[in-house]
Design a binder for this molecule. Structure first.
Ligand code: DAK
Length: 258
């Protein structure tokens, strides 16, 4: 299947989605978000895919929601139409791990989509920001919430209230991203990380993702209980028996994803 605004390719067990609206710096139009949502659904449904990579171009991961589409919307149109909610939630509700590979601008909704992913790996040229305040609005896809949980109140306030840009090195120090790599190595590094994750047992990987995400929704004691329950359940996996047997037999494991 092909899409108008995203490119899709499979490399082994990794699905690579590339946002592809270069003339608008990958501004997240309704069409692009719809394509992204459909492509993610397809990755979720494909049992041969264990990990997803989401990238943009070298100049822009995404420069935000499409301002041309939004500018003339009325309050009633936005509220009653649940404006740009649907496709966006496909990213945060995806159960397989998603690695964002960010180069260039990740602004507004672009920064928010990156934060919906599980790991952000950025090139040295990456620029993160929530500049909505500068165009008369505010972050609307999790910017005030995920950024605050990620980099703390003071920096999140600074970003959202001033609309300033945060370069890759600061983003790494602040904990927004996990690694910074040279721009010409970004795809290769992101793919290596995705392939590493994809080499493990898929149910294990999905449970780890679910458990880490619980940390944002629960108290510590409830989160620990949740983690313990999932940990116990991994003993029902053939992959747990195989993984530990392989360790004892000093050979690489062969995971079956069950
Ligand atoms: N929307 C539409 N077009 C955009 C765009 C955007 N966000 N960003 C760039 N473009 C277009 C430009 O209009 C230009 O098109 P032409 O004029 O050539 O037709 C083309 O991309 C190249 O852009 P520039 O000429 O401006 O390129 P520069 O290198 O000079 O500047 C820039 C790059 C990224 C600094 C600049 O383009 C810029 O400031 N862009 C806007 C950034 C921004 O304000 N983003 C935040 C948008 S608000 C929600 C979900 C999401 C959201 C809200 C709610 N829900 C789920 C409820 C998100 C809101 C936002 O993201």
């Amino acid at each position: 299947m092909t899409y108008k605004f995203v490119l899709f390719e499979k490399v082994g067990k990794v699905g690579i989605i590339t946002l592809n609206r270069p003339e608008a710096l990958n501004a997240l139009s309704e069409g692009l978000i719809q394509d992204l949502g459909e492509c993610l659904e397809r990755c979720e449904a494909d049992p041969t895919l264990h990990c997803i990579v989401l990238m943009g171009s070298e100049k822009a991961f995404a420069a935000g929601a499409d301002i041309k589409e939004m500018q003339s919307k009325t309050y009633m149109e936005a509220y009653m139409g649940d404006f740009i909610t649907k496709g966006w939630e496909k990213v945060s509700s995806c159960r397989k791990p998603i690695i964002a590979g960010v180069s260039g601008y990740a602004l507004g909704g672009g920064c928010e989509i990156a934060m919906m992913c599980d790991v952000i790996i950025a090139s040295e040229t990456a620029k993160f920001g929530q500049p909505e305040v500068s165009i008369g609005t505010m972050p609307g896809a999790g910017g005030t919430q995920r950024l605050t949980r990620s980099i703390g109140k003071s920096k999140a306030m600074d970003m959202c209230l001033t609309g300033r840009i945060m370069e890759a090195d600061e983003a790494e120090r602040a904990g927004l991203i996990s690694r910074v790599v040279p721009v010409d190595k970004l795809r290769e590094e992101v793919l290596l990380v995705a392939q590493k994750i994809a080499s493990y047992s898929l149910p294990d990987v999905m449970m780890i993702k679910e458990s880490v995400n619980r940390a944002f929704e629960t108290s510590l004691s409830e989160g620990l209980r949740f983690e313990r329950r999932l940990f116990h359940s991994t003993f029902a996996l053939e992959d747990q028996k195989e993984g530990m047997r392989a360790f004892l037999e000093k050979r690489p494991p062969v995971f079956k994803g069950k």
